[in-house]
Design a protein around this ligand. Sequence first.
Ligand code: BGP
Length: 473
Amino acid sequence: MNQTENMMTQTKHYTFPSDFWWGTAASATQMEGAAYEDGKGPNIWDYWYEQEPNRFFDGVSATVASNFYHRYEEDIALMKALGHNSFRISISWSRLFPSGEGDINPLAVNFYNRVINELIDAGIEPFVNLYHFDMPLQLQQKGGWENREVVTSYVEYARTCFELFGDRVTKWFTHNEPIVPVEGGYLYDFHYPNVVDFKRAVQVAYHSILSSALAIKAYKATDLKGKIGIILNLTPSYPRSQNPADLQAAHLADILFNRSFLDPSVLGTFPDELVDLLKTQKALPHVEEGDLQTIATYTVDVLGINYYQPRRVKVKEHLPNPSAPFMPEHLFDYYEMPGRKMNRYRGWEIYEKGIYDILTNLRKNYGNVECFISENGMGVEGEEQYRDAEGSIQDDYRINFIAEHLKWLHLALEEGANVKGYHLWTFMDNWSWSNAYKNRYGFVGVDLENQTRTVKKSGYWFKQLIEDQGFEK
Ligand code: BGP
């Protein structure tokens, strides 16, 4: 244990700024339900479920989810009771534009207006994200993010949202984890359209980045005074050893999985080594004149960081099958560090210092961009076993998880990181894509049979932390 790590084990009071953003994050498809109600159009999740329900844990769809669409008043009241000062929602693109473009759905406008107003009335600032994995089906049928016309439709959707809600919403995000639809949909087969093709994946990634810059441009063209940014899942890459071959493996993983989106979003440029790598793989995307200028000009005001786990890698030990399609993993191997701390309920490593490393990297190499932790959290399969006689989940493991991450966040803050808040994933247990309800993350448990909400021990702990502007540990 080095000196800093040792310091983390000593009891101390951690105090946070009085205007720190405390809250949680969620997304439309994962919490709203009402998937076929009030004029919402189908998105890729509705469609994929209809085609292959077996791809979803326990065969559960997003049709009902946690039913926020009908219960938002009660849920926002509970958020208020638990002390939130901010909450991230996403707008469902196919609820607002059932075909992804063209006619707008007035019932969706009404719904999002009511949610935004209800949050503001409760003293909770709405953070609004525009795209959280949920491509409208009709646009996917035109090629989704592979098709440049879809970028144009997205910008029109974004512009409409600014016009409709921008008088009250002052924190906007263009995408949540845009690399995930690339990985899931075009490399590793866990999102529709289940393509495995590196070159197509790169085009999807490039169009997502371009769409983000164009949405920022559209926002800046209004006279609205809020901030607009992007939310990225940053997974620091740690080498197995200091051997130059391991260091190079970690460097390449960092370029592919972090800097591919982080550099254009914050600095407005792509890493040269990424461009070289794409050239070597004959996978450069189609770029039009003016695009790179747009990306260079319209960088983010604020960066959301989703952090769950680190990425540990080592040099590639076996040559890949020469006829296998190129994959990022042809450049490195994953590495399981002996003795690593695990969230055994989810199978993910827990490495709290990662949050500090990310914030320090942003401070030193990314102009100390204004940022916040937009997701962090502990998924637990089989959480029911921790329910006590009164019906509340005694999730001490989650309290510990959050506190240990906040300690490192606090150190980064003391050293000058421009970090403005912390949002847990998520407020109440929700539907998580193909994992459906397998892993529970919320401060509030949801009984899927009757939709009853029960605050977990961590929810009360977080409320106290907000009241005290910190905690002792
Ligand atoms: C993040 C996503 C969320 C949520 C979370 C938990 O990457 O932004 O939408 O799904 O992961 O994921 P899981 O349920 O697979 O553990």
